[in-house]
Design a protein around this ligand. Structure first.
Ligand code: ZN
Ligand code: ZN
Length: 264
């Protein structure tokens, strides 16, 4: 395998049933009951295994009225990965569904944007509206990792390994970053919440949890530029990801999909 070509897996660990109108500022003319999925992602390649986000655990899901279908440790083990062997965790942002399970990766160094920590610990958190998607314990756990020397901060775009780059998007959260990964089918962008669903980036719509709407829209342009095609963009919460991409291996249907493979 070339030095910069990676495999990518999406692990769907949970879901939430809601009206589709709840996913868009301005609602949805075709309002219907739909679910959003919760994912973490794994990048596998010549530089080791990376996790992208750390999900939430069952206690957090219960607190937030969400459902964890399979804890993320199970998803990792299904791919033959022991969580305690993960050396690098990329944190796209610190929202409760992306930054929990903070004791699961004792060997990992965490990679996040300067601005996300500034946002989650600064004056914006004085507002309940801005604070809502953050959990105090998740943020404190990351602060403790800073003091333990386990966090690497990035300011804007950066390279983590050949073929793996971080790109600051902002918008949905002040320091939200996405990850571009070189694969055998070209550059794939793990957009995380830079586009929750395919519809957001396709229709220029905005998810209601937002720090700066203009940066959300500007982010769509950046993501399109970074990805080899629209089918190389992986939204953060879209159930369609599991319909579009093949199962990682038999037995993991509706759970783990392979994103460096061509869509079905
Ligand atoms: Zn988010
Ligand atoms: Zn999210």
């Amino acid at each position: 395998m070339a030095d910069d070509i990676h495999e990518i897996y999406a692990i769907r660990y949970g879901h939430h049933e809601r009206r589709s109108s709840e996913n868009f500022i301005g609602g949805d003319p075709h309002d219907h009951l739909s679910s959003i999925n919760y994912f973490v992602w794994v990048i596998k390649g010549p530089h080791g295994n990376f996790v992208v986000d750390t999900g939430m655990d069952e206690a957090m899901a219960t607190k937030r009225g969400r459902r964890v279908d399979k804890p993320i440790a199970e998803g990792l083990r299904a791919l033959g990965i022991a969580p305690d062997t993960i050396a690098k965790a990329i944190v796209t942002h610190l929202h409760f569904d992306h930054a929990g399970n903070y004791d699961l990766f004792p060997s990992a160094r965490y990679h996040m944007q300067d601005l996300e920590m500034a946002y989650a610990t600064g004056r914006c958190m004085c507002h309940a509206q801005q604070r809502w998607p953050f959990e105090e314990d998740d943020v404190l756990a990351m602060v403790r990792k800073v003091f333990a020397g386990r966090v690497e901060f990035h300011d804007g775009d950066d390279e983590l390994a050949p073929g793996i780059t971080l790109h600051k998007i902002g918008g949905h959260s002040m320091g939200l970053q996405c990850v571009r990964v070189k694969t055998r089918r070209g550059y794939v962008v793990l957009a995380s919440d830079a586009t929750h669903l395919y519809r957001h980036i396709e229709e220029g719509r905005i998810f209601p949890v937002v720090y700066n709407a203009a940066d959300v829209l500007g982010g769509y342009k950046t993501i399109k530029r970074l990805a080899a095609s629209p089918l190389h963009i992986i939204p953060g919460h879209d159930p369609k990801v599991l319909e579009l991409f093949p199962v990682a291996k038999p037995g993991l249907e509706n759970w783990v999909a392979r994103l460096d493979a061509d869509p079905k």
